[in-house]
Ligand binder design. Structure first.
Ligand code: CDP
Length: 222
């Protein structure tokens, strides 16, 4: 039983800054970190390699069950191969959001996600961390920002990496992904009833980190 191990669940849409905030919070508390989106990206990558359609729910779930995924020093390994960069492409982002609609795949990834709950604690980031995977999380945060702010951030991020970027395409892609994440029947992107909502349009990363840390402190002092 791992229910006594604290979890901070940070959910929200694409490019809301949740990954960065979650990683810093995990570092400051000495907690493990689960980037659940990376798991869906790995599945998109592996199925793409095996020519499995991103619409074939059962084949995707079967493929996922056989994958050997590891996170090592910020690297993502599939069958001991470093695929960290391969899964960060826009195509794999799109693929991740397509495979993620399938309930059999989401079910196949539950135990793996639970296995990240180790002492002294876990910070988990994704879409359904507080609603489905860790409903008993000590603290639930929903991080968001307007679509325009998020598109602007993704645009700057790509430019920063020296990759080609087109603002209007990014905006359209985000709108498409938001719609898919919110409308799917299995674990849709919703704000957990007991989550704190952080709008980050005018909130920097360190301010967001401080709010998460102080809310967590308050919860454990109770
Ligand atoms: O980079 P971005 O924030 O867009 O995405 P990500 O966190 O890497 O996740 C990729 C995709 O996986 C998202 O667009 C979601 O559709 C899906 N996902 C999910 O369904 N559930 C999660 N817990 C995490 C990600």
């Amino acid at each position: 039983m791992t229910n006594h191990i604290p979890v901070i669940a940070i959910d929200g849409p694409s490019a809301s800054g949740k990954g960065t905030v979650a990683q810093i919070v995990a570092d400051k508390l000495g907690f493990s970190y689960l980037d659940s989106g990376a798991l869906y990206r790995v599945v998109a990558f592996a199925t793409h390699q095996k020519n499995i359609s991103w619409h074939d729910a059962n084949a995707i779930a079967e493929c996922a069950k056989a994958l050997h995924i590891q996170f090592k020093q910020e690297k993502v390994l599939l069958d001991n191969q470093d695929i960290s960069n391969d899964i960060r492409t826009e195509l794999m982002g799109k693929g991740a959001s397509q495979v993620a609609v399938h309930a059999p795949l989401r079910a196949a990834l539950v135990d793996l996600q639970h296995s990240f709950r180790v002492s002294p604690g876990l910070v988990a980031d994704g879409r359904d961390m507080g609603t489905v995977i860790f409903p008993d999380a000590q603290l639930k945060v929903f991080l968001t920002a307007s679509t325009e702010t998020r598109a602007q951030r993704r645009y700057q991020q790509l430019l920063g990496k020296g990759q080609p970027a087109d603002y209007s395409n990014i905006l359209l892609d985000l709108q498409e992904r938001d719609a898919r994440d919110k409308s799917r029947t299995s674990a849709p992107l919703v704000i957990a009833k007991d989550a704190i909502l952080l709008e980050t349009d005018n909130l920097g990363i360190s301010a967001a980190v401080n709010i998460v840390l102080s809310n967590y402190q308050e919860k454990i002092d109770k």
